[in-house]
Write a protein that binds this ligand. Structure first.
Ligand SMILES: [Zn+2]
Length: 572
């Protein structure tokens, strides 16, 4: 547990004392720390004091914040750092700026002109609901004849490729069956260029593995953006394998970025389930599947550590590949699909659990959520976990369900009973909420990306973005959790609205809890890691519609000021 300030604290000289601040500590009940404070002191990488005054402490530097708000650094519990960093160098196909397929064609033509003839023209972030359909091979051929083009959907769950790429894959004239995915064909059986879900793996021999230094560069670019947005911790939702991974040696890229001083935020890495295999320990160990050397969740340190295993059970809601119990409202006869045989998926989850991993399973449709809850129940019933993470006794492994996109009321209750942590994304409502409502119809729309009902059920919910699927700024995510307005201005799930304080707690304490690290971060108290964000305004005191306008003016990670918008926290 966090260390309490002892009797000798007054004699201590802190490194940095921030005074005249409006501090929201987010401290949990029972911590002995008040919800609000005025002064916070940092020594090394830790908070050593927070309170209404300085308690007699002296410091090497004292900075008055002139009433600015201080919160624990934001912690994005599900995002894709290398994917986002790389996307900064690709064509931005999101809307805006793209209004229609003509805009996409123009952007491809412009990129083709500046890309070597044998190079890839790569774009990301398109949403067919907003631009009038998926781009197809014929559109690409018209503006970039003979070129290799790859455009990835905003969800990451599908991509379209050009005729040249289809030819390299042997898909120029006809499709093929891919388990857990689809090579989409037209009425004549000719591939359109659209590759859904696991069919994207066909591209791997052409596109993967990426060089480690390229991945490290992307991680560094993402880190630069994150610290400006008050982010101090992130969970990377899938490395090492599958269509989400970029290299089998991807962890090395994060280590290199850290060694080079390019990693300013703390990272927990989820490991793609594809890379797990039998471990070969002694029979008495009774292990399931894992990675070489028996490394598992928790290995590493406060900067870089292994998180859960990432399992994909289904696909995308707006892309209609999420596995539903009944048809999508706007697509009769379509109810999505699982990414593997149901029993094989459950076995993957249980095998990882047995080896000591926490498991984070992507499940968006209610049919997928049923399957994952069943598997998690098997885990705790057949292989109870004891004495984990420094705690003793029988304990919930806090297995996660990523997205928890369409959850019936009984599924919310069951997740709470099993100690499962759902990981929904608030910003999805603002950017793709209208597409969700069309796909789900009016009744099921109330089950989409729930939040308030999870809190009511007693669940500690993290805050996350799934960046680059949507804009990942934490204040924007908090805004959307509170307002729940879609792009067209309608409220999606009025019963799921939360308060600014609840949304802020999700992005701080909730995410720390989801990483089993609430003993050391996610709140401001003596002994916690000195990770802070300084905001222009108090999120609990502004008009909720103005939450996204709050500026991050400084960011502190491990006691170091990694971002300062000119308010004088950094000592230059
Ligand atoms: Zn994701």
């Amino acid at each position: 547990m966090a260390r309490r300030r002892g009797a000798g604290a007054a004699a201590m000289i802190a490194d940095l004392l921030l005074t005249d601040a409006s501090i929201l500590t987010m401290a949990p009940a029972g911590s002995g720390v008040d919800p609000r404070a005025v002064v916070v002191a940092i020594l090394g990488d830790r908070i050593v004091h927070v309170g209404a005054d300085d308690a007699g402490l002296t410091a090497r530097r004292t900075v008055s914040l002139a009433g600015r708000c201080v919160v624990p650094g934001f912690h994005d519990a599900h995002q894709h750092m290398a994917w986002f960093g790389a996307s900064l160098d690709e064509i931005d196909l999101s809307t805006p700026p793209m209004r229609n397929l003509d805009d996409v064609a123009t952007a491809i033509a412009a990129a083709a002109a500046s890309t070597p003839a044998d190079g890839w023209i790569v774009g990301n972030g398109y949403d067919e609901n907003k631009i009038g359909g998926h781009p197809d091979r014929d559109l690409m051929e018209r503006v970039a004849p003979g070129r290799r083009v790859l455009l990835t959907h905003t969800s990451g769950h599908m991509s379209v490729v050009s005729s040249a790429v289809l030819a390299e894959l042997g898909l120029a004239d006809r499709g093929r069956d891919v388990p857990g995915g689809t090579v989409v064909v037209d009425g004549a059986g000719r591939p359109t260029g659209l590759l859904q879900e696991q069919a994207q793996n066909l591209l791997s021999p052409l596109r993967r593995p990426l060089p480690v230094d390229d991945i490290a560069h992307a991680v560094g670019r993402a880190s630069d953006v994150y610290v400006r947005q008050g982010i101090t911790s992130v969970v990377e939702a899938g490395v090492g394998g599958g269509w989400i991974g970029r290299s089998p040696v991807e962890v090395l890229a994060y280590q290199r970025a850290r060694d080079a001083g390019r990693l300013a935020v703390r990272v927990e890495l989820m490991v793609a389930s594809d890379v797990l295999h039998t471990l070969g320990g002694s029979g008495v160990d009774d292990l399931g599947n894992g990675i070489d050397l028996g490394l598992r969740t928790g290995f590493g340190d406060d900067w870089l550590r292994l998180g859960p295993v990432k399992v994909f059970s289904d696909g995308s809601l707006i892309g209609h590949t999420a596995a539903m119990c009944s048809d999508f409202s706007d697509s009769p006869g379509v109810r999505g699909y699982l990414q593997d045989d149901a029993e094989a998926l459950a076995d993957t989850i249980v095998a990882a659990h047995r080896s000591g991993w926490r498991v984070a399973t992507h499940a968006i449709g209610d049919a997928a959520i049923d399957l994952v809850l069943d598997a998690y129940e098997r885990c705790v019933r057949d292989h109870p976990r004891t004495g984990w993470g420094g705690r003793v006794g029988n304990m919930a492994p806090r297995h996660r369900i990523e997205h928890f996109g369409v959850a019936r009321p009984d599924q919310v209750e069951r997740a709470a009973q099993l100690g499962v942590v759902p990981v929904p994304q608030g910003r999805f409502i603002g950017e793709i909420g209208d597409g969700m409502r069309r796909a789900l119809g009016s009744q099921r729309a109330d089950w989409a990306y729930r939040f308030a009902s999870l809190l009511t059920a007693g669940i500690v919910v993290p805050g996350s973005s799934d960046r680059p699927v949507v804009d990942g700024r934490p204040m924007l995510g908090i805004h959307d959790l509170v307002n729940r307005r879609t792009a067209s201005g309608e409220v999606l799930g009025a019963g799921e609205v939360v308060t600014p304080h609840e949304a802020l707690r999700a992005y701080t304490y909730g995410s720390a809890y989801a990483s089993y690290q609430e003993d050391r971060k996610g709140w401001i108290g003596p002994g916690t890691l000195a990770d802070l964000a300084v905001l222009s305004d108090d999120p609990t005191a502004v008009d909720p519609v103005a939450l996204a306008d709050i500026e991050v003016q400084a960011t502190v990670v491990a006691g170091q000021v990694v971002w300062d918008a000119g308010i004088g926290v950094r000592h230059d």
